[in-house]
Design a protein around this ligand. Structure first.
Ligand SMILES: NC(=O)c1ccc[n+]([C@@H]2O[C@H](COP(=O)([O-])OP(=O)(O)OC[C@H]3O[C@@H](n4cnc5c(N)ncnc54)[C@H](O)[C@@H]3O)[C@@H](O)[C@H]2O)c1
Length: 304
């Protein structure tokens, strides 16, 4: 589990551990944290851009399946520090698919829906749409996908690319500039001011992290190969999202409205029909219930 100390990777680790698999987390703890590594998993603390160290760790563990989630995962950091984004997301992904393939393991790679397809994509966007990323993060994910898919064809091994919608749920870092559900929850709890970029209008396809974790398990179990969107196919405006969270919180705020930041999209929703047809995945956790659960998690954490 590369990135298993991060938000999504920690939930994907839980899903595999729950059914009795052994999990090795590979993470440099640059944005993840040691306490998010589940109890039953081992941790190899290393940078995936360092190919030799990664190869040694994988050879020592001997995985059947590699979930590749380690990444520089912020669009705005990719704009200010494109070299760092390139090192983790391009070189790192190249190292992961090479080391995994050499040890006979399949790879499921966490790519992105929104940031990849760009501003002119039809909504909901199908996988066949030719990506036109707006920021280095989308370009580095697209380059990572190219290595995964090429290694799949060249070596005849069932690697998979999963293009995730906007993932939310417990354990997302509320102190970054991405992850609006985490940021809004924390700010509502602390009665702090809240900013809506793009004047609250930008839309995203919000999908719960446990639905995403289940997709990785289903891919592992079905020998699925190829490229798949994972989302609801539905646009939700950020203002609407805030209203749902406020309902869960039982609080109202007056948000500040600001323009979009460089590299951010105005609209995004992705079509996941192929995931349903190929390996039977459909999102199940409805947004309102998922947001209420997530808000309660942040509230209980703040109370601790
Ligand atoms: N959160 C979302 O909405 C979303 C949407 C689409 C795709 N994704 C992708 O899903 C994956 C997980 O995202 P997340 O939201 O959990 O982010 P996260 O930042 O919480 O997790 C990323 C993890 O990777 C680790 N990491 C970063 N660079 C590394 C490196 N060079 N070597 C080893 N470990 C490294 C970090 O320490 C962290 O634990 C990422 O690949 C991200 O691009 C996320």
């Amino acid at each position: 589990m590369t990135g298993g100390a991060g938000f999504i990777g920690s939930h994907v680790s839980d899903a595999f551990l729950e059914r009795g698999d052994e999990v090795l987390v590979v993470d440099d703890l640059s944005s993840g944290s040691r306490d998010q590594v589940p109890d039953g998993a081992d941790l190899a603390q290393l940078d995936i851009a360092q190919g030799k160290e990664l190869k040694r760790a994988l050879a020592g563990f001997g995985p059947d399946f590699v979930c590749h989630l380690a990444a520089q995962s912020s669009v705005t950091v990719s704009v200010t520090e494109p070299e760092r984004d390139f090192a983790s997301n391009v070189r790192g992904t190249f190292n992961v698919v090479r080391a995994a393939t050499e040890s006979g393991a399949r790879v499921a790679f966490a790519s992105t829906g929104g940031a990849l397809y760009g501003e002119e994509a039809p909504i909901p966007t199908p996988e066949a749409y030719v990506p036109k990323p707006l920021a280095p993060y989308g370009a580095s994910k697209l380059a990572g996908e190219a290595f995964i898919s090429t290694w799949e064809r060249f070596h005849g091994i069932a690697h998979t690319v999963l293009r995730l919608g906007n993932v939310y749920g417990p354990r997302q870092n509320p102190h970054g500039e991405a992850g609006v559900v985490a940021i809004f929850s924390e700010r509502l709890i602390r009665d702090q001011p809240l900013v809506l970029y793009g004047h609250g209008k930008p839309t995203r396809d919000y999908v719960h992290v446990r639905d995403i974790a289940r997709a990785f398990v289903q891919v592992a179990d079905t020998e699925t190969a190829g490229t798949f969107n994972l989302g609801w196919g539905r646009e939700v405006a950020v203002l609407e999202l805030l209203e749902l969270l406020q309902r869960a919180a039982g609080k109202q705020t007056e948000p500040q409205l600001k323009p979009l930041r460089p590299g951010e999209l105005t609209r995004s929703a992705i079509d996941a029909a192929a995931a349903a047809d190929t390996f039977g995945w459909r999102p199940e956790i409805e947004l309102e219930a998922g947001l209420a659960e997530t808000f309660r998690w942040y509230a209980s954490k703040t109370a601790d």
